[in-house]
Write a protein that binds this ligand. Structure first.
Ligand code: SAM
Ligand code: SF4
Length: 449
């Protein structure tokens, strides 16, 4: 960006790929740059700076970004003064290789260096390539108020920790996001309180493993169950969600706290990855099938109405038909309300890439993936049918895409319900009775006008 552009409030266009952490990070990035006079545009052709916040979790996530860089190259041909930056996990993984392989890229910034963006953009604007991929042991961006990029102004992600110490053998996260750090609880409470004052009705506390949240100074220690309670106490009218829980760390304390506060939503995302103890061991997940089942039993005992969702992976190195059947039988046993399902994708430099041969043919991975998706669809459909005739409180998130006369929102279990609009608006709590369902959605009728 030239001095000239800097003077007239340069326009930033930002695109975000990957998980909720990246969405929250983009909001931090916008905050940092707005403070230095940047404005945000949703029109890529108006942009002086394009930033793409990237994901490295699977190879196809990176392929999508390479595709976008091709598109940015076309735009830059017509507008050579445009600055293109790659930020986030892919920036951290590939470092200067990104600039070497794609000349369009002027700037490469890892997830712990966003405070440096204004300075780095200035360098890039003066014609140098700019790069900062230093990972930090302390950075949590605690003092930065994220600029919310969501459209509905009802629900927001609040990052409570960064990084991960778990070293699951397939996973790139510890390499690209560094070690685990917990954010100061007072800064979290302040951020959530501000959101509530601004009219937000739901927050999701996010981290790679929220159960190991553990902030302390010399005199005080706050663990996840306490933090959850502190956030829930802000207002009974504020819904509180969290993600992701880790089976090896999910404690009964958290479940009892959920049971005590109506506004902590009845939904737990508890990634299993596999139903086979042998595979879980190779994955270095730190639990067995039996341990996982014990955690599910604890949820069902303490929170009988709690929805449970998961992440599952097919085709991990050495996965046999028997291991795969163990995953299918675990799914049948838990009866997940929802699942994210993936084919194993080998990630460079992870333990699995270095020590375990990616020996399951792609056709077998796909076959197994199709089988678990089909089973999950059947289970999800059954779980929706069980909701017929039940009454739920729904937080309205928007107008239905199919009909302006209908709104949609979520139940505490995170299930989407479509219902007649009447005089309700986005952000209202509405009581609905479930009268029908499609494969993805519950259909409701208003109970109280
Ligand atoms: N920290 C969370 C946990 O441990 O459950 C999830 C983090 S990761 C961003 C989200 C999901 O991506 C994982 O639960 C896993 O199912 C999937 N995943 C991670 N690495 C993968 C890989 N190499 N290939 C395929 N899927 C992967
Ligand atoms: Fe990756 Fe495992 Fe950490 Fe989740 S817990 S981010 S899967 S290393």
């Amino acid at each position: 960006m030239s001095d000239n552009q800097a003077e007239k409030h340069p326009k930033l266009y930002i695109e975000t790929y990957g998980c909720q952490m990246n969405i929250a990070d983009s909001e931090v990035v916008v905050s940092v740059l707005k403070d230095k006079g940047y404005s945000v545009t949703e029109d890529i052709n108006q942009a002086d700076v394009i930033l793409v916040n990237t994901c490295s979790i699977r190879e196809n996530a990176e392929q999508r970004v390479w595709g976008r860089l091709d598109v940015f190259k076309q735009i830059k041909r017509k507008k050579p003064e445009l600055t293109v930056g790659v930020i986030g996990c892919m920036a951290e993984r590939l470092k200067e290789k990104l600039i070497e392989e794609e000349k369009t890229v002027d700037l490469v910034v890892g997830p712990d260096a966003y405070r440096e963006l204004p300075k780095l953009l200035e360098e890039a604007g003066s014609g140098q390539k700019a790069i900062n991929v230093i990972l930090s042991k302390e950075e949590t961006y605690a003092d930065i108020s994220p600029v919310r990029l969501d459209k509905n102004k009802v629900s927001a992600f609040v990052s409570i920790m960064r990084g991960c110490n778990n070293m699951c053998s397939y996973c790139i996260v510890p390499y690209v996001r560094g070690g685990e750090r917990s954010r100061n609880p007072q800064s979290i409470i302040k951020e959530v309180d501000d959101l509530f004052q601004k009219g937000y009705k739901e927050v999701t506390l996010i981290g790679q493993n929220v159960d190991s949240y553990n902030w302390h100074n010399q005199s005080e220690r706050v663990k996840f169950a306490q933090l959850l309670e502190m956030v829930a106490k802000i207002s009974p009218k504020l819904r509180v969600r969290f993600s992701t829980s880790h089976p090896k760390d999910m404690s009964d304390d958290v479940l009892y706290t959920m049971a005590m506060y109506n506004n902590i939503c009845n939904h737990i995302h508890l990634p299993a990855q596999s139903g086979s103890t042998a595979i879980l061991e190779k994955m270095n997940r730190g639990y067995t099938r039996e341990w996982y089942m014990d955690r599910i039993n604890a949820i069902k005992r303490i929170l009988p109405d709690c929805a449970i969702s998961t992440d599952l992976m097919t085709g991990f190195p050495g996965e046999t038909e028997v291991d795969h059947k163990d995953t299918l039988s675990l799914m049948e046993w838990v009866k997940y309300d929802f699942a994210f399902m993936f084919k194993y994708s080998e990630r460079p430099n992870t333990y699995a890439a270095r020590h375990l041969r990616d020996d399951i043919p792609d056709s077998v991975k796909t076959e197994r993936l199709t089988e678990i998706i089909d089973l999950q669809n059947k289970i999800s459909e059954e779980s929706k049918k069980e909701d017929l005739g039940k009454t739920f409180e729904v937080l309205v998130e928007g107008v239905s895409k199919r009909s302006k006369e209908h709104l949609f929102g979520r139940t505490t279990q995170n299930k989407v319900v479509v219902f007649p609009r009447s005089n309700y608006k986005i952000g209202d709590y509405v009581t609905v009775e479930i009268i029908d369902c499609t494969s993805a959605t519950l259909i409701g009728d208003l109970v109280s006008e």
